[in-house]
Design a protein around this ligand. Structure first.
Ligand code: APR
Length: 232
């Protein structure tokens, strides 16, 4: 596979939105430290108590709508002025888009979208609006968050893998790399690509990746400045 030195792919996780005030999942005060994902982010939980699931996502959606992109989101958007940038995110907030990134692949869905519960999966942009029991899709089915729950297929995985393989530079930001298949994307980077990972801590640094230990706002703007200065 030929490498594209002008292409940068970012794989982001909840850690990049932490400094915008949104909770991560597995850090000390992460969502899954206090809540049970089986009840709130799985098809089984939806079947058992849909109103509880709707309320969980209504609260997260309202919080995300009030949050602002931080310096890391903004720096990644600036990269687009001189590079072909693809953002592959596990996040369901829209902070990358609101910072100005235009090529964003949401592996785990989007908080600001709802979809029907028929196989047609008709989706609708709802912004910060809540979803209630009885809110129906145009096909008459109950609306649900357009989120990929545990156990559901990550439909964008093939697209994401295809974007990774020829990237000249790969930056992983704010993810524990513990949820699959998303975490396997690090393996799709070209052997000759420049690879780095930014996190507060990682159980295991992927082979060939430089660890940038610390916050996204401490590392990403400085890295972006270097990358922009490299291109005349
Ligand atoms: N700057 C950079 N990294 C940070 C920061 C920060 N300010 N704060 C936390 N981190 C790092 C942590 O060190 C950790 O490695 O972000 C990572 C957060 O990991 P998780 O909480 O596991 O979040 P994430 O990897 O995005 O979870 C993946 O799990 O629950 C599912 O679908 C959900 O997309 C989510 C997926």
């Amino acid at each position: 596979m030929k490498i594209n030195s002008n292409k940068i792919v970012i794989l982001s996780g909840s850690g990049i939105s932490a400094e915008s005030g949104l909770p991560t999942f597995r850090d000390a005060n992460g969502l899954w430290r206090n809540l049970d994902w089986r009840q709130l982010a799985s098809p089984e939980g939806w079947r058992a108590h849909p109103e509880l699931v709707l309320e969980f996502y209504n609260e997260r959606r309202a919080l995300a709508a009030q949050a602002l992109p931080n310096a890391a989101h903004r720096a990644l958007a600036e990269l687009q002025s001189k590079y072909e940038v693809v953002i592959i995110t596990q996040n369901v907030d829209d902070l990358h888009e609101r910072a100005g990134s235009t090529n964003v692949i949401h592996l785990h869905g989007e908080l600001m979208w709802a979809r029907g519960t028929s196989p047609r999966r008709l989706r609708r942009h709802i912004g910060a609006a809540p979803i209630r029991m009885g809110d129906l899709c145009e096909d008459g089915t109950q609306l649900r968050p357009d989120i990929v729950w545990f156990g559901e297929a990550v439909e964008a995985m093939g697209l994401a893998e295809g974007e990774m393989v020829d990237a000249g530079k790969v930056l992983v930001v704010g993810t524990s790399l513990t949820v699959y298949p998303a975490a396997s994307l690090t393996l799709y980077a070209h052997a000759d690509a420049e690879k780095a990972v930014c996190a507060l801590e990682l159980d295991e640094v992927p082979s060939g990746y430089t660890m940038l230990q610390g916050t996204a706002t401490a590392h990403v703007p400085a890295l972006v400045k270097r990358l922009l200065d490299e291109v005349a």
